[in-house]
Structure formats: C-alpha cells, structure tokens
Write a protein of this length. Sequence first.
Length: 245
Amino acid sequence: MTAQTRTRRTVFYRAVMIAIRVWSLLLWPARVEGHEHVPDHGGALIVANHGSLLDIPAVAQAAGPRHAAFVARRSLTTSRFMDRLLEGTEAILVEPGTSDRAALRQIVDDLKAGNLVVIFPEGTRCLDGRLQAFKGGAVMSARMAGVPIIPCGVEGAYEAWPRHRRWPRRKRIHVRFSGPVDPAGADLLSYLENTVAELARIERAGGQAPVEEPSGEQPISSSAVDSGSSAVKSDHPEVRELLED
C-alpha cells in the first residue's frame, strides 16, 4: 500500500469512531490530558502501554481528530470481523517475534508521508498490569522516518478489561500524552519506558526507575516538529542497513 497523508478520516474510520464514542460514553468514559502534544499535521509516532484491548479505541479517540494508523499483530486477521476492521482502518500488520522488515518499511512510509502511527512497543498485552520491556522497533522506525515520538500512557483500561477476563466492566479510562521526543537520543528506550509508565500510573515489570532525559538529548520543540522533523534524522548503523537493503 502506498502511504498517503491522512488529513481526513475515511467514511469507514468515521463510522468506527462514532461507535467507539458511543460505547465509551456508556461503559468507559475517557479523560484526555496533554492532547496539545499530538501534532495536528505531519508524521509522528505515538508509543503507548498495552494492558487491554480497550487501549486501542481509547488512544484512537484521544488522538483525534486525526486518523491514527495502529500497528497490530497479523494473527488478529484470523477473525473475519477483525480482518475487516483492521483493513478498513488501515492498520499496519506485523508478524510478532520475527524481523518483519516489510512491516517496518510500511510504518516508515506512513510516517514519512505525514501520517500519525500508534504502536504498543511491549508487543502484546501485559499479564499483570505492569509495563513490560519495550522492543526497539518503535524507536528504529521513528529514526528512519525522522519524526518525533509522542509518549502516551493509558490508565484504567487494564482494570476494565484485562486479558484474563472474558467480558469488560465499566471503568473510567485516562489517556495522557507528553511532549514530543527526539528519537536520535541514546538510552531512549529506557526513557520511553519510564515516561509511559509514569503517564499510565503503573510500575515497570523490572521496577520503577527515575525518569531521566535520554543521554545528550532533550524533548524537541514544536518548531522542530512543524518544520518537518529534520532535527531528528539519524545515522544509526541499523537504520542505514535497512535503508540500503
């Protein structure tokens, strides 16, 4: 699929968001903080914790009014309903546990085209509500595309519908965003884990560590985001390898 700038939502996406809004009002009233950190145009990668299936509609609604392309496991398409839903919302499908370079390139293409992409770097829903270690694909895709990373924390979704519970229960959900981060920094993965854990008000599986800025880097300014994110280009060797394949 050729990436296109999604400045407007498709009819299908709008219909899905209306359904999400109705169900949210009835069962999972959401409160959003820091929405001003989600850019209204240009490519950006939102990274969030993943404790529940409810994280997806919660973040999609909170990131609005922009179209948000979610990175999802390809195995979800075994369900006809999920297959149609993921296709209609233009999700990016990945093979978990593998080096899926085709999916990585699609994420990068979407970001370079100026789209908003959402990824859960833990790779799957957690079992106990604690934040699991992040995988490096999110940082690599942001580096390759030269776009900022927007940390996001979802609180309450795990309590409403953990993976071991058959049906969800009513619970208020909080979605919090923090300022854009330059993906070129060192020690960035640990910084993102700490920041997302703090935003979600949860502990990391390995214990909660103090949140510190990535070595030698600071969150980037809004002007850098608006200027096309040229400040976040990287000469990382793994990035060069993938680009040269």
